[in-house]
Design a binder for this molecule. Structure first.
Ligand code: APR
Length: 332
């Protein structure tokens, strides 16, 4: 039975494997669990012990695994960007890491040190607004002092070369908005901050729609601010764990995904949220070439056509530059 599955699974590692993988993972949870256990063991067990016990070794079947294959894959990834016109990029805290901002679940990540329930929920804000405000105030200060890095810039360059482009970022910082390539920035229509924006301060009174941008407010906002209209507390314009994303933002993403994308590029996120995985996999199942850039493995890695285990600011400019240079006007 297991041998039978093994042969059937050779397709699992085929270059055009996205739809097949999604199918296996969805309908054959046992096989999917075997594969996952294989991957986990491969990371920790000594190679000899592991090889004997391995359920499925992709390199046996020649689709993938050798260094040469990896180079071929990378070239394909570059070509896929170069030839294509409709691109979706999904980013997380990892892309801002090289600008000096901590991630959430990484080594020095916020949620390794602090409990997100106490700092990133509406309930926490209602209980201890000053403490929650202080956390966001300090993060605002840190973001003000940081600059977009080469990966943010490369995304702008990529967008300028695509016919249709959408960036879905989970980051509440404004580094994507500030990044410039040859004097140009992403337009509002090209970027969705699905978890809100940290510099927006808005009123907590449900009957008041006061909102302002505190990007340049500096020290003024160190104390929990009050609404100038109704005197209720102001809160940061981010989406907390016990809140829903903006419905309009979600609709814009779903709309973009109704037509097939050519490439979906996922950078610096653990893809913890199911809607993030769903959007990426929807694009991939509909035919997008799926590239992931992350030094670590994530819950999406095994669905990707190409995983680049490197830091975004190092590898992304190279990838985009090479794609652009491969041919003039090459994005269509
Ligand atoms: N380049 C690319 N990726 C990197 C880099 C780098 N230089 N450094 C770290 N990473 C990767 C990490 O390996 C990790 O997979 O970035 C990812 C960061 O993951 P998280 O800290 O979980 O951040 P993110 O996925 O954005 O979190 C999602 O969770 O807490 C909420 O609202 C918060 O938007 C956030 C959401």
């Amino acid at each position: 039975m297991r041998a039978c599955y093994r042969y059937w699974l050779t397709f699992y590692f085929h270059p055009h494997r996205n739809a097949f993988r999604a199918y296996v993972d969805w309908f054959f949870p046992t096989v999917s669990a075997w594969l996952q256990r294989d991957e986990e063991k491969a990371a920790t067990w000594p190679a000899r012990t592991f090889r004997r016990q391995r359920f499925f070794d992709p390199s046996e079947f020649g689709w993938i695994g050798s260094e040469k294959d990896k180079r071929v894959q990378l070239r394909r990834a570059i070509q896929s960007i170069q030839e294509k016109t409709r691109v979706m990029v999904v980013t997380g805290a990892g892309i801002s890491a090289e600008s000096g901002l901590p991630t959430f679940r990484g080594k020095e990540g916020y949620w390794r040190k602090w409990n997100p329930r106490r700092l990133a929920t509406l309930e926490a804000f209602q209980r201890t607004p000053e403490i929650v405000w202080q956390f966001y105030y300090e993060r605002r200060q840190q973001i003000r002092q940081s600059e977009p890095n080469a990966a943010h810039v490369a995304i702008v360059q990529l967008a300028l070369n695509c016919a249709e482009f959408l960036l879905v970022t989970q980051n509440v910082d404004d580094l994507h908005d500030r990044a410039e390539y040859q004097g140009q920035r992403l337009s509002n229509g090209q970027i969705i901050h699905i978890h809100g924006k940290i510099f927006v301060s808005r009123c907590t009174n449900p009957n008041c729609d006061f909102k302002r941008n505190d990007r340049n407010a500096g020290d003024v906002e160190a104390e929990l601010p009050r609404c100038p209209r109704c005197n209720w507390n102001l809160r940061p314009g981010v989406v907390w764990f016990d809140e829903d994303n903006d419905h309009n933002d979600e609709e814009r993403i779903e709309k973009f995904l109704t037509k097939p994308c050519d490439v979906v590029l996922v950078i610096g996120t653990t893809a913890t949220f199911d809607y993030i995985r769903r959007w990426v996999l929807t694009a991939a199942v509909k035919g997008a070439w799926f590239i992931e850039i992350n030094p670590d493995k994530t819950r999406l890695s095994r669905f990707a056509h190409h995983v680049i285990h490197r830091r975004a600011a190092r590898v992304l400019p190279q990838l985009v530059n090479e794609a652009v240079e491969l041919g003039p006007g090459s994005f269509g």
